[in-house]
Write a new protein. Structure first.
Lengths: 396, 419
């Protein structure tokens, strides 16, 4: 037992396990399927938020265009699902049966060539992961190699978000335009709209998110994580130490893009459609707010941020349809003004010291109350005891 | 704040009856004079939110965001209809309670809120949506959860669902008669088509082109242009129009773009004195933003104008202004939204049940003689038979009705020969 505890403490896994328990046990028990499906949707934004922690909090690369990658991941998944839903029998009312309905409305008479491979799930899954990552690589490689960074890079990501929206809306015959890709029904014949499917997708999504968080924790603990932090704080020193700084930034940005894309694909599966309203500038900035509210240095905090902001959005808009935008704004302003480091910042600056103080006082009172005879003295050599005492004094 | 349709104590029954009698000529449906309301177990076999005294419905429009300006009229009209129905004693003896949700001009939010209304709140019907995109986002949910949606906007057609009643016109109803009128009255031979770049204008223009060039053989299309939503610079378009010299400009430009479009037309000297222009996207609501002086003399093809001269409409306009202020204007969609609750009430009463399947089945053939636009009837394809009218914009922001189709036009969401 102690061994496990030590392992958890050493790895900083305590809060990770609490989050896991919350989303895997507490939420499913406390909520009906409708609310749980909503939480599942919020958690897909959690992918974006942890991506932003890695690239903004750790790498110092602020991206205001994460919606692009979320959208690309989501669209890749939606294209596969749409093709499956557009078999010739269920689309026989169209002029050209067998192609997605929006293509028919836009007078397309054949499936465009680049849609063809999306008939195959493995291709779609690979596209979910690789297309956004490749785009992120191209953008960031071109920028960081030229040492364009900081605010300029953030502006460029915004421009990319705008371009992507215009492209998707403009090419409506190929993308569904403003409507997006709607009416998705099955995944390899499995109806994704039933309650049981929603449960399964929720848990798959939750486990995937926890897996991604664990991976990111591992990256943070590794030498790479340390380098990212060093680079964020003093880029030149890292460069002069002989490291290729730009490639680390590219890595952080691509990692964030890939995480967003996974979130997008899971979003499509759980919500049942994809539209350009996730791709533009506004949703991209909202995604940054998730990370900011949760705390941009904390992976776990960012997930709570995404949950809190979206839960607030749903709750306020359901309860106060006329006032909810003002309430959301007060939430953002309130959190950022009161806790500049987000919810995770509150934990580190207030809760953690308080816990430490409590622990110390408890330990002290225990040490005072327990008579020496009850200690396991034979095993513990006296020097260790001596070492403990000054520590206690310091702590009190 | 959730908007509850104010339930009144029982002691005011007499007043309700009086109000009901006053409203009777307005709605033309006899609903009062019913004995004790039927038992809840009978009228509600699918666990909808129906009690002995109350039935819950949902209202799902954008109260915030870019679409709020357009959808507010629909929200108001639906609320007015529901208040009037409640004043008459409700539906099957039950008062209508409204749960209002904000779609926030965001399609995913529409999807989320429609799920909430259908799954959590178990509402008997939903009045809502405005843009095609929002309808497309909620349609699979309504079909899956078996809900009932009353959709008020004129739209592109190519859709038909058991779970939706379309109270606005589909594209062929709105367009074909208007084009025939302009060809006949204005001797138009050449047409220039302009639209915002999304599904409704694209489909409408496709139908218009087929009608002009191959079905009715009215003449020739000399130009077809699309601009992104929110586009504000139409100078190049105006130059193209000046070069092409069409007899008619046929327009489906929506939203804020309209304001700059008509102002720039006027600035370039393209006015009604020299140019015939027919729009299918400007109602009284849009004229508020455009300014009547910029629109004056141009034509719009719609099923409803606020200036329609009939008793139903006068009562409707008066009630609307009494509730929302003398400056309120009523556009085509606002009127169509007003029909929703009335058609639902009639269908429920015909079915003798709130169950969605029964209401959907009973909806076919429902007649509503009290509609402000005049008599309408629900077609088996869940759209409405309705007339089409041509209004000429006036400087005061109203339209003068200059022509009206002699018969109700059959809705045809999947028009043969126009694909």
């Amino acid at each position: 037992m102690n061994k496990i505890k030590a392992f958890i403490d050493q790895r900083g896994l305590g809060s990770f396990l609490i989050l896991a328990a919350l989303i895997l046990v507490v939420f499913p028990l406390a909520m009906d399927i409708f609310r749980l499906n909503l939480v599942g949707k919020y958690l897909t934004y959690g992918f974006v938020a942890i991506g932003l922690v890695m690239c903004w909090g750790y790498g110092g690369v602020l991206s205001l265009g994460q919606g692009v990658f979320f959208g690309l991941g989501g669209y890749a998944m939606a294209m596969f699902l749409k093709l499956e839903a557009s078999d010739p029998i269920s689309t026989k009312i169209q002029s050209t049966p067998g192609i997605p309905d929006f293509m028919d409305w836009n007078q397309l008479t054949a499936l465009p060539l680049w849609w063809e491979p999306f008939k195959y799930l493995p291709f779609a899954l690979v596209a979910v992961l690789l297309v956004p990552t490749l785009l992120a690589f191209v953008i960031s490689f071109a920028m960081f190699k030229r040492r364009v960074g900081g605010v300029y890079f953030a502006i460029i990501t915004q421009a990319v978000a705008l371009i992507m929206t215009v492209l998707i809306i403009g090419q409506q015959g190929y993308t569904g335009g403003v409507n997006g890709i709607t009416d998705l029904k099955t995944l390899l014949g499995w109806d994704i709209r039933t309650n049981s499917a929603k449960y399964i997708l929720y848990f798959a999504n939750a486990l995937l998110l926890l897996g991604c968080i664990y991976f990111c924790l591992w990256v943070q603990k590794s030498k790479l994580g340390t380098l990212l932090l060093a680079m964020r704080d003093k880029e030149d020193r890292v460069r002069f130490s002989g490291y290729d700084v730009s490639m680390f930034k590219v890595f952080a940005f691509c990692l964030a893009a890939m995480l967003s894309a996974i979130g997008g694909a899971m979003f499509t599966l759980q919500v049942g459609f994809m539209s350009p309203s996730f791709v533009g500038i506004v949703p991209s900035i909202e995604m940054v707010i998730f990370a900011a509210v949760g705390g941009r240095m904390s992976l776990i905090g960012a997930v709570y941020g995404a949950l809190l902001v979206n839960f607030g959005k749903t709750y306020f808009s359901e309860s106060f349809p006329d006032l909810w935008l003002f309430l959301m704004a007060s939430l953002f302003i309130g959190v950022v003004m009161a806790f500049p480091n987000g919810l995770a910042g509150v934990y580190t600056s207030h809760v953690k010291p308080w816990l430490a103080r409590r622990k110390a006082t408890q330990a002290k009172s225990q040490a005072l109350a327990v008579p020496p005879a009850d200690n396991p003295p034979p095993a513990s050599p006296p020097p260790a005891k001596e070492a403990e005492v000054p520590g206690l004094i310091r702590a009190t | 704040m959730r908007d509850h349709a104010s339930p009144k104590p029982r002691s005011t029954l007499r007043r309700h009856l009086m109000q009901g009698l006053v409203a009777l000529p307005l709605i033309g449906l006899s609903a009062i004079g019913q004995a004790a309301p039927p038992a809840t177990a009978v009228v509600n076999t699918t666990k909808l939110a129906v009690t002995d005294t109350e039935v819950t419905v949902g209202q799902l429009h954008s109260a915030t965001g870019t679409m709020a300006i357009s959808e507010t009229g629909s929200i108001q009209a639906e609320q007015l209809a529901i208040d009037q129905i409640n004043a008459m004693g409700g539906v099957l003896g039950r008062k209508i309670k409204v749960i209002k949700e904000d779609g926030a001009s965001d399609w995913p939010t529409f999807a989320e809120k429609s799920k909430k209304l259908l799954i959590n709140d178990r509402v008997a019907a939903v009045f809502g949506c405005w843009t095609s995109a929002s309808r497309k986002a909620v349609l699979p949910i309504f079909e899956k959860e078996n809900g009932m949606l009353y959709y008020p906007t004129f739209y592109e057609g190519l859709e038909q669902s058991k779970n939706v009643i379309y109270t606005g016109q589909e594209a062929t109803q709105q367009i074909l008669w208007g084009l025939d009128w302009v060809a006949k009255e204005k001797k138009a031979k050449t047409y220039f088509l302009v639209g915002s770049d999304y599904i409704w204008p694209r489909t409408s223009m496709k139908i218009a082109r087929k009608h002009i060039e191959s079905v009715a053989k009215l003449g020739k299309v000399v130009g077809e242009e699309y601009y992104p939503l929110g586009h504000t610079n139409f100078n190049s378009l105006i130059n193209k129009i000046k070069v092409a010299k069409p007899d008619v400009i046929f327009i489906a430009v929506v939203g804020g773009s309209n304001v700059s479009f008509y102002k720039q037309l006027k600035a370039a000297g393209v006015t009604a004195a020299k140019q015939t222009l027919l729009t299918i996207s400007v109602t009284e609501d849009e004229v508020l933003g455009i300014g009547g002086e910029n629109m004056a003399g141009f034509y719009a093809s719609m099923k409803y104008f606020q200036s329609l001269d009939n008793a139903n409409n006068k009562a409707f306009v008066q009630a609307f202004k009494a509730k929302y202020g003398a400056k309120a204007v009523i556009g085509d969609v606002t009127q169509a939204a007003y029909l929703g609750p009335w058609l639902w009430k009639a269908a429920v009463e015909k079915a003798g049940s709130f169950d969605v399947d029964k209401v959907a089945a009973a909806s076919v053939g429902i007649e509503f003689k009290g509609a402000p636009e005049g008599y309408v009837k629900v077609h088996p394809n869940h759209h409405l038979w309705s007339k089409t009218r041509i209004g000429q914009a006036q400087a005061d922001g109203q339209f003068k009705v200059v022509a009206e189709s002699p018969e109700l036009i059959e809705p045809n969401p999947f028009p043969k020969g126009y694909q």
